[in-house]
Write a protein that binds this ligand. Structure first.
Ligand code: GSH
Length: 202
């Protein structure tokens, strides 16, 4: 199977980290494909109308997206129920942490587009302020309320580690560690995992 996308995308990297954690990495070909906010990439829209990354192409030629569905697919084909547990309480805690982290990722990517891609003079300061405040609120929530889930390897902790690394890479001025010792310690510990090292940015 193939995963299309650029590793810098936190959504692409989350899928690849998941593949490593599941022992599936050798079965996946990573096809480098970029998605710009103002340009269609026909290689991507051939597979999925939205033309966003990541897209997974199965060995049967079916396209699967978005990242959360790809992650669920990878868990499904490997018969793994640790990354997304079956047990109801655990399952929805993990999926909600994943939604929190991916929501932080959506916000960070939107801020990146607004600051790096949108022409100067057209940028919307109040909107940027709100997105930056939202990013810090999400980090505070992770620091305070998710320590049990963040000590495990699951779909939520993978997304959290990857999205925080994206923020460090793209917007290092974001002081998300300040006053958030639990999250900072989580990130340092998780970043040392072989799955993170094998998909390192930069
Ligand atoms: N919810 C999607 C988000 C994917 C996404 O926003 N990808 C970005 C790259 S980080 C993209 O394709 N941007 C190009 C565009 O939106 O036109 C997922 O989880 O896969």
């Amino acid at each position: 199977m193939k995963i299309y996308g650029d590793l810098i995308s936190p959504f692409v990297r989350s899928c690849l980290v998941t593949a490593h954690e599941l022992g599936l990495a050798s079965r996946i070909q990573h096809v480098k494909a970029g998605a710009k906010p103002t340009e269609e990439n026909p290689q991507l829209t051939r597979l999925g109308a939205l033309g966003r990354i990541p897209i997974l192409e199965t060995d049967h030629g079916h396209a699967i997206f978005d990242s959360r569905v790809i992650i669920e697919y990878l868990c499904h084909i490997s018969g793994n129920s640790d990354l997304i547990p079956d047990d109801g309480v655990k399952r929805f805690r993990v999926l909600t942490l994943q939604a929190l982290a991916m929501g932080l990722g959506d916000t960070a990517v939107a801020v990146r587009y607004e600051t790096a891609a949108r022409p100067q003079g057209l940028q919307w300061k109040e909107w940027l302020d709100r997105q930056r405040a939202r990013m810090l609120s999400a980090a505070t929530d992770m620091d305070k309320n998710w320590s049990a889930e963040l000590t495990q390897v699951n779909a939520g902790s993978i997304a959290a580690a990857v999205v925080l690394a994206y923020i460090d890479f793209r917007m290092p001025e974001t002081a998300w560690r300040e006053g958030r010792p639990n999250l900072a310690a989580f990130h340092e510990r998780f970043s040392a995992r072989p799955s993170m090292q094998a998909t390192k940015l930069g």
